[in-house]
Ligand binder design. Structure first.
Ligand code: PD2
Ligand code: ZN
Length: 277
């Protein structure tokens, strides 16, 4: 409703809202109910017909924390989560205490025996390849694979207002000394020939959540070169960022700087447009 009110106040028509909601998976009857409820909201510009015929561009429904209330702390499935940093472009939030120390330790223990050299998407075919730009080891949990995974996914869904099934399985990565992930974009480049095949499963990536499972001795910061931001990994904290468009204007270029001492463990959640099966 908050999103609908914002769009409406900005002059977006009800028809455009309905299209966006259906696109995001709303049932027609539920969308109609919400649109009817919106009519009762006095700030609704659309109903006062003060907008131009062309109207402003529609802001699509996207994963994001609700930062309108309760700052600097948010609560999601029993966990009180702090907000340390907020950036407008890209939409980015650094959270504290998204995971407890016990959850971090448990995740590492469950992932450790299943680690293998990380791969990247091969742009030509949409397949996967070993890439010198990414020298971590990693593994994927399936969604809801254990009580721990289900609890963390539920928390992420509540925090980011996004259904858990519209996300890839949780990935855990380990970076040893010297390992890094050179700056890249997480969305799939629409211009690459392999992209349509990748998008068939769940659509485009919309946002990334990187959770820090340990505090590295030195190095391993998550860097955002376009906005001059370095996030220092600290156990339990996380960085969330969205990419409104799958292009460099999203300002979502980011990388994992080399670990200079010790190791770095993270868990990543990528949020998709549609159900990821
Ligand atoms: O480890 C990181 O900080 C990092 C940096 C960039 C992780 C990812 N990308 C990723 O998993 O996409
Ligand atoms: Zn990335």
């Amino acid at each position: 409703m908050r999103w609908m009110r914002e769009q409406s106040v900005a002059g977006v028509s009800k028809d455009s809202l309905r299209v966006a909601m259906m696109d995001a998976g709303w049932q027609a009857s539920a969308a109609q109910q919400a649109l009817t409820a919106l009519s009762g909201y006095s700030g609704s510009n659309e109903l006062s017909a003060s907008h131009t015929r062309a109207g402003p561009a529609l802001q699509r429904y996207r994963p994001a924390p609700d930062l309108s209330t309760g700052l600097p702390r948010l609560v999601a499935n029993g966990q009180t989560i702090g907000v340390l940093i907020q950036v407008a472009m890209p939409p980015l939030v650094v959270f504290s205490e998204l995971l407890t120390a016990a959850e971090c330790t448990e995740l590492i223990a469950a992932a450790r025996p299943r680690l293998a050299r990380s791969l990247t998407v091969e742009a030509q075919t949409g397949g996967e390849e070993v890439n010198a730009d990414r020298t971590s080891e990693g593994m994927f949990f399936s969604r809801g694979e254990s009580a721990l995974i289900a609890r963390i996914e539920d928390r992420i869904g509540t925090l980011l207002n996004w259904p858990v099934e519209r996300g890839e399985g949780l990935q855990v990565l380990r970076y040893g000394p010297g390992a890094e992930y050179k700056p890249h974009y997480d969305y799939f480049d629409p211009a690459e020939p392999g992209t349509p095949a990748v998008l068939r499963r769940g659509g485009q990536r919309l946002a990334t959540l990187i959770m820090y499972l340990n505090t590295p001795e030195a190095g391993g910061t998550t860097v955002f070169p376009q906005i001059g931001l370095d996030v220092v990994p600290q156990q339990g904290n996380a960085v969330f960022f969205g990419y409104a468009q799958p292009n460099p204007q999203s300002h979502s270029l980011h990388g994992g700087a080399p670990v200079t001492c010790g190791e770095k463990w993270i868990a990543t959640k990528w949020l998709r447009e549609r159900k990821f099966e």
